[in-house]
Design a binder for this molecule. Structure first.
Ligand code: KG4
Ligand code: ZN
Length: 347
């Protein structure tokens, strides 16, 4: 008999519900986007996001019942942080209530650790240890993964995350939300060498920093008197394409410079990227080049598994579920968290 594990992800602005079977095949995968509701505000409004999750999750759940029913469901997993507390609470409470009513175990999943496991959804044989770069709206973290239970944090951002930097500079150009994917599209038409942004210099050369790049971008606009009255995508001056391409190149250079240093130092057996920013075309291209330079097996997940999704939640809980681990008594959601870090001597 096939058994099913349900995964729920509501950490930010995507409501996502997925089911995998005991062979880790994806049998159900739906995402309901809230983009339309947040566009008038230029970014995610937490209160609106929670209300949308409350509205959308039962609709997705009805679809799940129609497609696979609940008879063979033997586990429920849900994201419990980090993320927007109100949004997390919707999926987390729904999942716990469902687990209780079906009398099956509940597994809480760390959102970033779910992103870390996403490269394995489509590349099951990717060897460990692996160096995994997680780049999302709130995190730019490099992890060393010996096993899936305990990722070691190698590098982290000291200020903004890469996705946050994209979103903020896009906003400055009056770009509608979501800015990251739009910058990706527009940068393809620009000259990445037209503008020069400083490479962030950080003591130790290990961590990330994006706030200086963001400030340099804003400073360049002011210095050269560049601005837009409104963002008319069909009618943009060439400097917009060029400055976005140059900014994107600086972000990717910075992300991969650290990765290259750590590849040399830690000599992993594979490398991977994950998180919303991992769907960026330039990062994907340059990441592949880097992997080939080091002759390492790599995984670049399909864009739908880079941005927030519930399949990665199922994958993160898969081992606990197959080992028939007990239900976890988790009382609350959390907005931030820390990982064990290697000291400079250990690296
Ligand atoms: O992982 P994710 O879906 O949600 C969080 O956990 O934060 O990542 C969202 C971030 C946003 O900052 C968004 O602008 C960025 O990923 N993003 C991109 C692209 N697609 C999404 N940034 C650059 N290029 C893209 N194609
Ligand atoms: Zn995410």
């Amino acid at each position: 008999m096939n058994e099913y594990l349900i995964g729920i992800e509501t950490s930010c602005d995507d409501t996502s519900l997925a089911v995998i079977d005991n062979n880790a095949n994806v049998v159900f995968d739906l995402v309901s986007s809230q983009i339309k509701s947040h566009i008038p505000y230029g970014g995610v409004v937490p209160e609106i996001a929670s209300r949308e999750h409350i509205r959308n999750l039962p609709i997705l759940f009805d679809e799940l019942i129609k497609k696979i029913g609940l008879k063979n469901v033997t586990g429920i997993a849900a994201t419990h942080g980090p993320g927007l507390l109100g949004s997390l609470l919707v999926g987390f409470s729904f999942a716990k209530a469902l687990a209780y009513s079906l009398n099956v175990p509940f597994y809480g999943v760390n959102h970033i650790e779910a992103h870390i496991t996403s490269p394995w959804i489509e590349s099951r044989e990717l060897p460990l240890p692996s160096l995994v770069l997680v780049v999302s709206g709130g995190h730019s973290h490099l992890f060393y993964l010996n096993d899936f239970e305990k990722p070691y944090l190698v590098s982290a951002t000291l200020d903004d995350a890469a996705g946050e930097a994209f979103d903020k500079i896009g906003k400055r150009l009056k770009m509608p939300y979501p800015q990251g994917p739009k910058i990706d599209k527009l940068a393809r038409r620009g000259n990445p060498y037209k503008f020069k942004f400083p490479v962030p210099k950080i003591k130790g050369g290990k961590d990330y920093s994006f706030s200086g790049l963001k400030t340099a971008f804003l400073f360049t606009l002011d210095k050269l008197g560049l601005s837009l009255d409104k963002f008319d995508e069909e009618n943009l001056p060439q400097w917009v394409y060029d400055i976005l391409a140059s900014f994107e190149k600086s972000i990717v250079d910075h992300l991969l410079d650290r990765m290259e240093k750590m590849l040399k130092k830690l000599k992993p057996a594979s490398m991977a990227i994950a998180g919303g920013v991992a769907s960026n075309s330039l990062l994907r291209f340059r990441f592949k080049e880097l992997a080939e330079k080091f002759s390492l097996p790599y995984s670049i997940p399909s864009p739908k598994y880079c941005t927030d999704n519930a399949v990665m939640v199922c994958f993160n809980a898969y081992k606990r579920w197959r080992n028939k681990e007990e239900s976890e008594i988790l009382s609350d959601t959390f907005s931030n968290c820390e990982w064990e870090r290697w000291s400079d001597e250990e690296l």
